[in-house]
Design a protein around this ligand. Structure first.
Ligand SMILES: NC(=O)c1ccc[n+]([C@@H]2O[C@H](COP(=O)([O-])OP(=O)(O)OC[C@H]3O[C@@H](n4cnc5c(N)ncnc54)[C@H](O)[C@@H]3O)[C@@H](O)[C@H]2O)c1
Length: 277
């Protein structure tokens, strides 16, 4: 597991819980410490809810190790990368992983928007490179979007679909295209909600209430944008706009302004809504 942030810690948690010996790796030691702490806390919560026994909690923790590259990938059957969403960072990581991992290993990326085909092109094993797009929070969310790059083999795809199923998830295979399916459908809705606020059609509270009570969404689009992070939303919309070349994906100017002002949603305490804790 490469990258021990929000997603990496959740993905390591799930793999270890389902019996995989998991090595967590990150360039930042504080991130690794925080990841282990977060897995411990979330396992504890599962024990309190009765979803896990104390023995299963301890066995899960024992299966999680930490190491740096290249050692971290030396014996891997599967590497899942969840490092910072930056093209060049991921390109460099996949060049390193191609050297460090055994020739038969599958290299998967949890990227939200970067082309799997382009990532695979950094390696000499494009047939074994695939997108394994988990949702946040990983231990709770059911979906894994399995993204086939242009060169991804049927065998790699089937293996990853089987692994995701064995982790208790429901995988859905899609082809590599900007935003895949999840973000291609979700982000234009969030963007339109922001245009409604910007144009004075309704307040953020009103927009979220319409979508919750009228469309049965558990969370309004603006509360969801705050949860994802407004900077992340802007970055994904920019990828959709640039790579699909269609102005229907143009990010709302209000979104860009809020990001510039540091209103990033939950993580900064304020986005379209205010968060006191
Ligand atoms: N947060 C979400 O809701 C979400 C959902 C689905 C997919 N994703 C994707 O998952 C990936 C990670 O997102 P996140 O929210 O966990 O980010 P994050 O910022 O919480 O974590 C990223 C981690 O990567 C580490 N890192 C950076 N460069 C590295 C390198 N060269 N080698 C090893 N580690 C490195 C950082 O130190 C950090 O700990 C991104 O590609 C993102 O698009 C995020």
């Amino acid at each position: 597991m490469l990258g021990a942030g929000t997603m990496g810690s959740g993905i390591a948690h799930v793999f270890a819980q389902y019996g995989w010996v998991t090595t967590l790796s990150d360039v930042s030691q504080p991130a690794l410490d925080r990841a282990l702490e977060s897995v411990r806390r979330n396992l504890e919560r599962q024990v309190k809810k009765g979803a896990l026994t104390p023995e299963q909690r301890d066995a899960t923790l024992e299966r999680i190790h930490t190491a740096a590259l290249p050692d971290a990938a030396a014996d891997a059957d599967l590497v899942v990368e969840a490092a910072t969403e930056d093209r060049l960072t991921k390109f460099k990581i996949f060049q390193e992983l191609d050297q460090a991992a055994p020739p038969g290993a599958i290299l998967a990326s949890n990227t939200s928007s970067i082309s799997i085909t382009a990532i695979a092109g950094q390696t000499r094993r494009a047939a074994q490179v695939i997108g394994m797009h988990f949702m946040n929070p990983v231990p709770v969310m059911q979906l894994v979007e399995v993204v086939r790059g242009l060169e991804t083999s049927d065998q790699t795809t089937q293996r990853v679909l089987d692994i995701a199923t064995a982790l208790g998830k429901t995988p859905v295979a899609v082809r590599d295209a900007p935003g895949f399916v999840s973000n291609r459908v979700l982000l234009p809705m969030i963007n339109e909600a922001i245009f409604c606020v910007m144009e004075g059609v309704a307040s953020p509270e009103a927009v979220d209430t319409v979508m919750k009570l009228g469309m049965n969404h558990p969370l309004g689009p603006l509360a969801l944008a705050d949860l994802i992070g407004l900077d992340v939303c802007l970055a994904i919309l920019q990828v959709l706009h640039r790579d699909l070349g269609d102005d229907k994906y143009r990010p709302a100017p209000l979104l860009a302004q809020m990001v510039a002002a540091g209103r990033l949603g939950r993580k900064s305490g304020r986005g379209f809504h205010v968060y006191r804790d």
